[in-house]
Design a protein around this ligand. Structure first.
Ligand code: NI
Length: 167
């Protein structure tokens, strides 16, 4: 397994739209293992392949307290969205920034698992927020893009400054 490099906002590669996985192969599963290791090490609760510069529709997530319930979603499709809730979100690609975003409270999502089998999942609360956040990544969208232009500019400038200081 390997820890992968996570792209940092405002990297333009975070805006690439991920392609569907045609066939789930051993290579897909290796990527998933590396993504999971990267997410747990960060530590984070979700990671989309886009964030490690692989533009395929793959998500890993684990919102459990014990970090022992890995959820893998390949080619996820949100089928239904119900209700509305606001919660504070963060992102491994936007370190140190936490902002309130409005999302659906409950969703159902259809995806493939690591074996390439289709399944449907009903999610609510934190898991639903997490899945919506990660699906956005696959569409090239970062959560800060829900905020006002003014806030986005501030966040971009702050992160660029941090990145310069690290170099
Ligand atoms: Ni994120």
């Amino acid at each position: 397994m390997a820890i992968l490099k996570i792209l940092q906002y405002p990297d333009v590669r975070l805006h690439k739209v991920a392609k569907k996985v045609e066939t789930v192969t051993e290579q897909t599963r290796k990527l998933i293992r590396d993504m999971a290791e990267t997410m747990y090490a960060a530590p984070g609760v979700g990671l989309a392949a886009t964030q490690v510069d692989v533009h395929e529709q793959i998500i890993v997530a684990d919102v459990s307290d014990a970090h022992d319930q890995l959820l893998v979603l390949i080619n996820p499709e949100i089928l239904t969205r119900d209700g509305e809730e606001e919660s504070e979100e963060g992102c491994l690609s936007v370190p140190g920034i936490y902002e309130t975003v409005k999302r659906a409270e409950k969703i159902s999502v259809r995806a493939l698992n690591e074996q390439g089998e289709t399944f449907t999942l009903e999610a609510e609360g934190f898991l639903a927020v997490c899945i919506q956040h990660e699906v956005d990544h696959l569409h090239g969208k970062v959560f800060v893009e829900y905020l006002s232009q003014l806030k986005q500019t501030r966040i971009r400038n702050k992160l660029k400054k941090q990145q310069r200081e690290r170099m």
